[in-house]
Structure formats: C-alpha cells, structure tokens
Design a protein around this ligand. Sequence first.
Ligand code: PEP
Ligand code: MG
Length: 593
Amino acid sequence: MDGSSPRKVLRGIPVSSGIAIGPAYLFHPQKREISRHPVAPENVEQEVARLKRALERARKDIQGIRDRIAGAVGEYEARIFDSHVLILRDEEIMGTIYSDIRENLNNAEYAFYRRMNQISDRFDQAAGGFLKEHLIDLRDVASRVIDILTLSDGGKDAPEIHHPVVLLARTVTPSELAQFTTGNTLGICLETGGKTSHVAILARSLEIPAVSGIPWKELSLEPGQMVIVDGNAGQVILNPSLRDIKEHEGRRAAHWAHEQDLAGLRDIEPVTSDGKYISLAANVELPLEVESVLRHGADGVGLYRSEFLFLGREDMPSEEEQYQAYRHLAHHLAPRHVTIRTLDAGGDKPVPALQVDDERDPMGWRSIRVSLRNPAIFKVQLRAILRASAAGNVRLMFPMISNLQEFREAKRLTEQAREELRAQGLPFDENLEIGCMIEVPSAVLMAKEIAREADFFSIGTNDLAQFTLAVDRSNERVSDLYEPHSPAVLRQIQMVVEAARSQGIPVGVCGEMAADPYLALLFIGMGVDELSMSPGGLLEMKRMTRAISYEDARRSAREALRLGTATEIHQWLEDKFRDLFVRLGLRRGTGAG
Ligand code: PEP
Ligand code: MG
C-alpha cells in the first residue's frame, strides 16, 4: 500500500462467495485498430484462405482452453466454449464474410470485424441482461480471430500472471478468465455480468470469490495496490486499511472454517431430534450445478428453473438440446429426484422468441399461460422432459397454475406427448409424477380439488407473496410491503399443506422463504415435507433441522399463526429461536446475511 489513492468501499453484486485479499491486477483488453484496405482482385482467394487459417487457429486455441477447463473443473463447465466453436463453424455467417472479401475486395480483418459488429449490434438491441451476457461470448471469439489476423505474433493470449492477484476489469471473457486461472487469481471484481453470466458461473465453479456491478471508473488505484473482494457481502475495498485487512482475514478464516464444518453434515440425514425426516432439496438454474447439488448433500432437486435454457437467445432450444440438459441432471443425480419445472417465462425472465419480454408485466402474460397458448412449443419441452425421465428420477411440474382447468390442459398435452413418444418407440418413465406449483391465491383456494388430480405440490412463496400482498416483487417503491412473515401468506401455506394432506400427496416449499431458518421451522411445523433452496443454504438448514423437534415446530407454527401482523410473527420467532440459531452458527438465521 503506498497510500497514493485513498481507501474506498464499493458495493456490487455478490456473484461468487468467499473473501479474497491481494494486490490489484487491472486488466485492460488491448484495443485493435481495424482499417479497411482493398485487396487486389488476383489476391482475393489468398485473402479468403488467410481468414480460413485464422478461424482454424482460433478453433484450435479454444479447443485447448476447453480441454484445460474440462481437466480443471469438469466437462460440463467446458461446454461454455462449445458455443465459441459453433460461432466459428457457422457457415452462413462465414459465407457472408467470404463474399464480402470476394465481392467488395475487403481485407479479411475488416470484413470479419464488420460482420461481427452487425451481429453484436443485433444482440445488443434485442433484449436486456441475459442476451447481453452472451454478447461477451461473441466478442470473445471476434477479438481472438482479429488478434490472430492482425498481430505479428499470430494472436496473443491473456497475459500470464505469475503471482497471486485480484483481477479487476470492466469485463472478462470466459476464455480470458480460463487463461488467467492458473491458481493465481484470488478474486475478481467486474463491472458487467450478473449471476448467470458465464464468467460468474466459471468463477463459482473455480471457487474464486467475485463481485460484479462495480463501475470501472470507480477503480481509482494503481496496479499492485491492495484490494479486498468480499463475494459474500458483494463489497470491494480499494486500498484497505490495516484494520480492514485484519478484519477480512478473520472473516475469510471464519468462512473457510464454517464451510469445512458444514461439509461434515453432507452425508448425515436431515431428521428432526424426534425423528421426522425433512427432505432438503436444491433449486437449480443451470445443469452444471450438479456438482454443487451433490457437494451440499441435497436429497434431490426440488425446482429446476428450465427457463434459463431459453433466456439470452433469439431462437428456441430444440428438443434435443433440452433433452441433453434435462438428461444431464437426471442421469448425474439419480437416484435423487429432479423436479423439472416447465418454462416459467416472464417478469424478469424475458423470452423474446415468445414475445414475453415486458418486465413491467409480472402478472399477466407469463409462465404456463404462455405455454398453453403455444402448444406446439410446449410439447417440444414436454417430450424432452419425458425422454429425460428414462435416465433417472424425473418429476414434472407446472408453474403459476391459477385454476384446475389449466392444470388439466397441461396434463392433456403431456398425455399427447406421451402418445407420440410411444408411437415412436422412444422410452420414458411411465410412472412419472406430475405436480403443480401453488403460487397464485386462486390455486390456494382450489388446492383440495387440484390436489385430487396432482401427484405433488410445491409452494412458490416468491409469487404467492407478491400476488397475495399486491406487491410486484421487483418494484423497489413497494419493496417494504413485501413481507414474507405476513400472516396472510403463512395462513395460505397452511391451507395448501392441509389440502395436500387431505388427498395424501406430498408438499414442498421452493420459494426464497424456504431458505430462512425461522420460516423453514414454521413450515416444518405446518407439515411441509420438502424445503428446496439454493444449494449454498442446504447444510445450514440441515443443521437447524437436526437441532429442533417436530413437536416444538408444530406448537410454534400453531402459536405463530394466531398472531395478527408480520412484525409480531417476526418478533415472536426471533424471541423464541434467535439464541438457538446463534449457537448453531446459522448465518442466515442471525441477520448476518
Ligand atoms: C416462486 O415463485 O416462489 C418460485 C419458486 O418461482 P420463481 O421464483 O422462479 O418465480
Ligand atoms: Mg414463481
């Protein structure tokens, strides 16, 4: 620390947990100057051949990175780079570039650069966050090919780092990160990329703490000055004081110790002290999370949000592509169950190909409604899920059902998909269970009738709360009214559990409320069979489950449900369980995040 820049604390989005402390490495990708110069007509074929050689070289380089990642992290993560190879192999795109060289006598780098810019502009205009994240992949490939064409050394890799650093950048492409990562990247601070960006996914897989959303212009520091990246709190401290460093060293040690301590619970059963088994399952957005599901000792997947396959693209995933993703989960997690929820497009999850892209419409045109109005597209998904059921223990689940008719219609289309597969001789699980998400108040009121025709229920508390309280969950102006402890929400959950009980079907909770130990304890007391949450919260929840008795949870649920306001319920739970949760070291249960 030379003290030339002052200490600065910046807040961003935590995208990969853990704490990193180390010297800064400011990464500026080199800017290329691409100029146009005409090619002599007799040299045109040579110019095309030069481009083809560059594409081949880029393909080999990417293949090398892919293999490195496959060895270091896993085959599934390595597939990120398959999309890069696909861009290079796209004959239509490359064909237009060859024509540009031949017909307009443009030099290879100019023709290539021009075409890539056109495509990336289209991407950029097409939609919000998700598509933009994949733009990084396209730019990654484009700059690799241009490097090969323009630089005398035939294309440079990201600079090698020979000592441990914290990487700070505006953006980093997956392949740049893969090259940096020879064990020397302690942490990452980025301006762009959300939790689902490929870089964030790689960071989590490589267990590198990372924070995104930190504006590059705020990074007023010199290379080598100290930086702290706190991937738990989403905080970055530039030029930290000695006190900051000591404090974060303590937190880092505590984070590691806590993780190690919890890891010991992985293979232990989630049973209450008086012997009631509570299934603890994972919410998953991407098939590559299989490893994390296993590492956190999940009983299975309580919610696989299949819409993540549909986001960030202009086309729809084919049956085969969907089948491969679902099969991957089913196969690797068998005999554990994998609950595949059909497309829940809408709200903050736009799917432009289905005209579901209005973020201001969280209630109307979304989810199962879109699927039922597009039966041909819906059936492609149903066929893919059914086919995957032959590879493991798959359950099928429909989101945002608001009446019995919708549930029947979704089941009727599933039956049609089954008939088609039978006729084609394609295998699937004839006993596949079909469940229903209960997340709309009208479905709560009709839960008994729906339960008669369903194999299981899963309560989506995120939507149930927003629809019950008339509070759009992504509208900050009313966020104080979004009260998870609301008795109106909790009483509905109790009603759904009773409806499920009366028809003898199991019921789970898969919204964010399931990950809050206080509320989870109430759900256990109400008789919920499964709690499903992000894998990172599972081991703490197992610890809580093992420390309480079902009898006490039942009594607590009864008493809490008598109270009249969210604040009273919250306070009552804190008074009764806070000491226990602090003793158990539950981070989420102590208000420490
Ligand atoms: C929910 O609504 O609680 C839920 C789990 O689904 P999502 O958050 O994907 O809408
Ligand atoms: Mg929902």
